[in-house]
Design a protein around this ligand. Structure first.
Ligand SMILES: Nc1ncnc2c1ncn2[C@@H]1O[C@H](COP(=O)(O)OP(=O)(O)O)[C@@H](O)[C@H]1O
Ligand SMILES: [Mg+2]
Length: 245
């Protein structure tokens, strides 16, 4: 089994002795972890749930924040072997770094808070009444303006040195009529291009093209067409700036 090698002895023991279940942790276990890490003072409802992580609405003192929690043990697609804690800490670290980096670079992403192990906090996008909807579910007031803001938002990410490799109407939130980019976990740093980085760049472009197809499908419902070639051109133009010489 592929994951077996990653598990240390104590985990094997806990698995055998039944101290670790492979079921997802309950809400109260996650809440304890978040509170214990000092990331929030109150843990509320789960806002979203993906393949590897869950996102919780929380309160920190007076204000609302969100905490993204990478699951410590998840069952593999088949075989049901757990994955070790550190690898999920690593995923959280990678996403948190990319978030911090793009935020500092002025991209429209939620402001990062803090990371502890497999969890990190960030700005909550939404009002006290309602969370900002995913683009997929949003009803746009001005689709044309939103499309163009999405195009420049992607350019803005590239300007900050990152290509979002998982672009889709599920990873863009509509907040104050503007596109906000989330879920940077698989982002590609493009501001440090050595030789192997050109491979990375090609990878990034392929990911952008697939994101472009998803966005094109989305904007078609408003009778608009998304220009993926233009998006790639703009992103490339930003990336060129990083090339030495
Ligand atoms: N900063 C945020 N503010 C409000 N809602 C958020 C925020 N970040 C994530 N969410 C909600 O949680 C869901 C999952 O977040 P995401 O980062 O895309 O995780 P996943 O890796 O599970 O796809 C999103 O679709 C969104 O509804
Ligand atoms: Mg997502």
């Amino acid at each position: 089994m592929p994951n077996e090698g990653y598990l240390d002895k104590s985990v094997h023991w806990k698995v055998r002795s039944g101290q670790i279940g492979f079921a997802e942790p309950t809400h109260s276990e996650v809440a304890d972890a978040i509170l214990g890490a000092g990331l929030a003072t109150q843990v509320g409802q789960r806002l979203g749930s993906g393949k590897e992580a869950d996102v919780y609405l929380c309160r920190d003192g007076g204000g609302l924040i969100v905490v993204k929690v990478y699951r410590q043990y998840r069952t593999a697609h088949r075989g049901g072997r757990p994955i070790k804690l550190e690898s999920m800490g690593q995923r959280a670290l990678v996403e948190f770094d990319l978030l911090s980096y793009t935020w500092q670079g002025g991209a429209r992403v939620p402001e990062p808070g803090r990371r502890v192990e497999n969890m990190f906090s960030m700005q909550y996008l939404g009002s006290p009444e309602a969370v900002a909807p995913m683009l997929q579910q949003a009803r746009l007031e001005d689709p044309e303006a939103f499309l163009s803001a999405t195009m420049s938002g992607i350019e803005g990410l590239a300007e900050a040195g990152v290509v979002h490799s998982d672009l889709s109407p599920f990873n863009i939130l509509v907040y104050e009529n503007l596109p906000w980019f989330i879920d940077l976990a698989a982002g590609v740093r493009v501001d440090r291009l050595g030789t192997p980085a050109w491979v990375r760049l090609e990878e990034a472009v392929r990911a952008l093209e697939s994101g472009g197809r998803a966005l094109n499908r989305y904007f078609r419902r408003y009778g608009l067409s998304w220009d993926t070639i233009e998006m790639v051109r703009r992103v490339r133009a930003k990336i060129e700036l990083y090339r030495p010489g």
